[in-house]
Design a protein around this ligand. Structure first.
Ligand SMILES: NC(=O)c1ccc[n+]([C@@H]2O[C@H](COP(=O)([O-])OP(=O)(O)OC[C@H]3O[C@@H](n4cnc5c(N)ncnc54)[C@H](OP(=O)(O)O)[C@@H]3O)[C@@H](O)[C@H]2O)c1
Length: 343
């Protein structure tokens, strides 16, 4: 039995309000590189970890029954990642396979086999993409836009947090359907990316718009057909006034609310009736059955350079806390990835 050092990022204590780097801690543990007799567990060497906004919710102390994914102080965070199989108790996987799915924020993880979502079959594209465009955020953008948002060719599309892991894909996928696409983001650099790299028709810095309703009227004089909701709060309120009749709002996330102890109110709800708006929340995990179809759609576009993907790469588990916490101040430019080890 080989025992090796296993660096981890653990939760120090439950979090209220905005998370801080000091809410997380790097510890040096150990792990035995063997599968317990008779178990279906898989031993993974973690390569790339995904920094995702939903991880904030898992840091809350829950009053009611605990979500199975919720974090426990003193233990490593869990999240999506790309890993290499070291040893497997499940015949579906063998040593050397590359996989993506749910793992732990540490160098090596022993995970129950069902936590692995997919074996990686295409390695001619960057492996880090399986934390983003070819992973959970990719499925989210695809399913949110086409399945939940029922996007039609040529419609007017608005997306918030538009330069991020999901947003940059929403805009590019909508452009493939000849839509008019505008995004909002929090810096000039990000807005420039929307227009010059991702091919959005336009974009604006929401932090520099004192009146979001007026800004949306300027960009959408005829109204919005599909609003891909990533932020919630004031943006959602202003969007409701600017939706077209029979508009759709796939509610993907509301990051502006995740760290507030009292959530902001949304006041323009009567628009939902007058304009017959459909607002539908969704979770990427409901759509993994579409993954093979999604890969067939997206891989050729990546290979032909018709879809690009911007990543923000942090190196080393030591930089995990700042990379994760940075999502909530907009520090990341593109998909935030954390490198644990290169293959
Ligand atoms: N339903 C699902 O299955 C699912 C799956 C994946 C993601 N999501 C949700 O989708 C959204 C985007 O996730 P992502 O992974 O693509 O993250 P991301 O956009 O790559 O990173 C988060 C970004 O959110 C923006 N932000 C942070 N605080 C904000 C605030 N108070 N107001 C407005 N914007 C703020 C920042 O960009 P700026 O600089 O532009 O402010 C930040 O860079 C999140 O709400 C997330 O929870 C949902």
């Amino acid at each position: 039995m080989t025992e090796v050092k296993n660096k981890q990022v653990i939760l120090r204590d439950y979090v209220t309000g905005f998370p801080k780097e000091t809410d997380l801690k790097i510890v040096e543990g150990t792990i035995i590189l063997n599968i317990p007799e008779g178990s279906n567990h898989v031993l993974l060497k973690n390569l790339y970890l995904s920094c995702d906004p939903f991880m904030r919710n898992l840091m809350n102390k829950k009053d009611g029954p605990k979500d199975t994914l919720s974090y426990t102080p003193g233990y490593a965070l869990g999240g999506f990642g790309v890993s290499k199989v070291v040893e497997s108790g499940d015949p579906k996987y063998k040593k050397g396979d590359l996989v993506w799915g749910f793992t732990q924020w540490e160098e090596y993880s022993l995970v129950p086999s069902p936590k692995i979502l997919f074996k990686i079959e295409h390695t001619d594209v960057p492996l880090t993409y399986y934390t983003g465009i070819l992973g959970m955020p990719g499925v989210t953008a695809y399913a949110g836009l086409y399945e939940v948002g029922s996007l039609k060719k040529g419609e007017n599309v608005f997306v918030s947090a538009a330069s991020g892991a999901v947003g940059q894909l929403v805009g590019q996928f909508a452009k493939l359907a000849d839509c008019y696409v505008v995004g909002s983001a929090g810096t000039k650099e990000k807005v420039d990316l929307l227009k010059n790299k991702f091919g959005f028709d336009d974009g604006f810095n929401y932090k520099e718009e004192p009146d979001l309703n007026a800004a949306l009227k300027r960009y959408f004089p005829e109204g919005i057909d599909v609003y891909f909701e990533n932020v919630g709060g004031k943006t959602l309120d202003a969007v409701l006034l600017n939706m077209r009749v029979h508009g759709r709002i796939p509610a993907c996330g509301m990051i502006s609310q995740y760290n507030l102890t009292e959530h902001e109110g949304v006041t323009n709800l009567t628009s939902i009736i007058y304009k017959r708006i459909r607002i539908e929340g969704f979770n990427s995990s409901d759509y993994y059955h579409l993954y093979p179809k999604f890969l067939e759609f997206v891989l050729p576009h990546i290979r032909e350079g018709k879809i690009v993907y911007v990543e923000d790469i942090a190196e080393g588990l030591e930089n995990g806390p700042s990379a994760l916490v940075g999502l909530f101040s907009g520090q990341n430019v593109g998909k935030q990835v954390l490198v644990v080890a290169h293959e």
